[in-house]
Design a protein around this ligand. Structure first.
Ligand code: CA
Length: 109
């Protein structure tokens, strides 16, 4: 499964460029620039599946860390601080992992 069929490569490139400096990644801003906010719920679920690398049904911190690399293997990993901020932005029930519903909620909020 590739995100390239869902998102435009130029939007992905623009979003990655925007947060290329460590510490500058903001989940909502990133999702807006790369077009994730504009896709359908079913496409969001596809995107979530790519993030949920071990197919546990949840995006854990270890997976969020590699969020940018799921979009482009050449991208950087998120810093520990960015990963935690990303988690807390979406983890509404506070269980330390993000379910697909929480992921969609964060994108739509
Ligand atoms: Ca997982």
């Amino acid at each position: 499964m590739s995100l390239k069929g869902i998102l435009s490569p130029s939007d992905i490139a623009a979003a990655l460029k925007d947060c290329q400096d460590p510490g500058s990644f903001k989940p909502k801003r990133f999702c807006e620039i790369c077009g994730i906010t504009k896709v359908s719920d079913s496409q969001l679920k596809e995107i979530f599946k790519v993030v949920d690398d071990d197919e546990s049904g949840y995006a854990e911190e270890e997976e969020l860390k590699f969020f940018l690399q799921r979009l482009d293997p050449g991208a950087r990993v998120l810093t520990a601080c960015e990963t935690k901020d990303f988690m807390s932005a979406a983890d509404h029930d506070g269980d330390g992992k993000i379910g697909s519903e929480e992921f969609i909620e964060m994108i739509r909020s």
